[in-house]
Design a protein around this ligand. Structure first.
Ligand SMILES: Cc1ncc(COP(=O)(O)O)c(C=O)c1O
Length: 391
């Protein structure tokens, strides 16, 4: 019998079912509080723009150190609205990694601007500032597009290298919009995600580290400069009375029920973050012998939305882990520049690091309710799977 099958037999009895993300355990903890929040919305009946929205915006700004937070309907809208507010559009180049979720590129294309993909660093899996610099130079030299904005993506929760990106952006006069859909709770140079760039977009999709019970997102601002425009665009581009259209906008509102859920989840977020960090520390320690865990950019600390490693024979490892009862996910097997919707923007010469890492990356279970036994079991299972796949 092989090592993985042994583990499966031993593990089933002692660790119980392992979830990739466990929303049920979290709900058991705060179910009553969420119910009473939802009941309050039913009672006041302001399903849109209820008092929970203002309360959540204040709480998010206070939690992150951002100057202001604007709640919206999704992480995708949180990316789109700040770009629209800055007038990003046709003829503009927006720089972003290809190793991300499609929403990052969709937001760029929905404005009419052109996505310019940059490669990632093989250790942090986030945008490579040196490759980014070369691509900005190239766009300037070619002269067809005007460089306008950079969207660094805090992949798996790890803040991109905001020191290098911030310096490059001020030298090149580019707007930085952080895609922090996966990194709420991350830190960089002792500042929280939300306060690392002029504008930050985050997602509260249910599986995110701070997740609603439906779609939701938020924009976080380092200064008040764009905030009124964000509020306007979120509400069909209207004025402060929500009557007269001042600009083109969309229905990008968060509803009061989602804000109610998020307020309760925010109240336990710090404890959950501490648990995520302890689990990640054990994974780091146990797995670095056989795999390459994601490293942090200098000064960065992940919010551990996901925990991801590079490992040889990734597909065989994933198969063995499945047999051992360990759920995994591959974010992302296909980089955006290899997908039909975005392949016309693929850089000549490809993106070598992105393409290599897409074949090696795997995400392991990561949520605050994993027991020490489960974490131990997962590490044993990864070790056994790697051994077996290497044979
Ligand atoms: C990196 C990244 N950007 C943007 C998004 C879009 O967020 P949403 O699904 O809330 O629109 C997501 C999440 O799904 C994401 O992972």
């Amino acid at each position: 019998m092989n090592g993985v099958a042994n583990l499966l037999l031993a593990g089933k009895s002692c660790v119980g079912e392992i979830a990739f993300v466990d929303l049920k355990a979290q709900q058991r903890l705060i179910r009553e509080r969420i119910e009473s929040r939802l009941k309050a919305v039913l009672d006041h009946g302001r399903y849109i723009a209820g008092p929970e929205i203002d309360e959540l915006e204040e709480a998010l700004a206070a939690r992150t150190g951002a100057a202001a937070a604007v709640a919206c309907a999704s992480g995708t809208d949180a990316l789109l609205i700040p770009l629209l507010a800055r007038g990003v559009g046709p003829g503009d180049a927006v720089f972003l990694p290809s190793f991300t979720y499609n929403a990052t590129a969709n937001a760029v294309l929905l404005t009419g601007a052109t996505p310019v993909f940059a490669d990632i660093r093989p250790d942090t899996f986030t945008i490579d500032p040196e490759d980014l610099r070369l691509r900005i130079e190239d766009v300037r030299r070619t002269g067809v597009l005007r460089p306008r904005a950079i969207i660094p993506v805090d992949l798996f929760g790890a803040p991109a290298d905001y020191n290098a990106i911030g310096a490059l952006a001020s030298r090149e006069d580019l707007f930085v919009l952080a895609d922090a859909a996966q990194s709420f709770g991350g830190r960089f140079n002792n500042r929280w995600v939300g306060d690392l760039a002029p504008a930050t977009a985050t997602s509260f999709f249910p599986g995110k580290s701070l997740g609603a019970y439906g779609d939701a997102g938020a924009m976080l601002a380092r200064s008040e400069e764009d905030v009124e425009k964000w509020r306007s665009i979120r509400w069909h581009g209207t004025d402060e009375h929500r009557k007269i259209s001042m600009r083109v906008g969309l229905n990008g509102r968060m509803d009061s029920f989602q804000a109610a859920v998020l307020l309760e989840k925010l109240s336990i977020f710090d404890d959950e973050l501490a648990a995520r960090r302890s689990i990640a520390a054990i994974y780091d320690e146990r797995l670095s012998r056989i795999a390459q865990p994601q490293r942090q950019a200098n000064g960065g600390q992940s919010g551990y939305g996901y925990y991801s490693i590079r490992i040889e024979n990734r597909d065989a490892v994933a198969e063995s882990l499945k047999l051992a009862g360990v759920p995994t996910a591959i974010y992302y097997a296909t980089p955006l520049h290899r997908m039909a919707a975005f392949s016309s923007y693929a850089p000549a010469g490809g993106l070598p690091q992105t393409e290599r890492i897409a074949g090696e990356i795997i995400s392991l279970p990561m949520h605050p309710y994993l027991s020490p036994d489960q974490v131990d079991y997962i590490c044993d299972a990864v070790e056994a799977a790697a051994r077996q796949a290497g044979r």
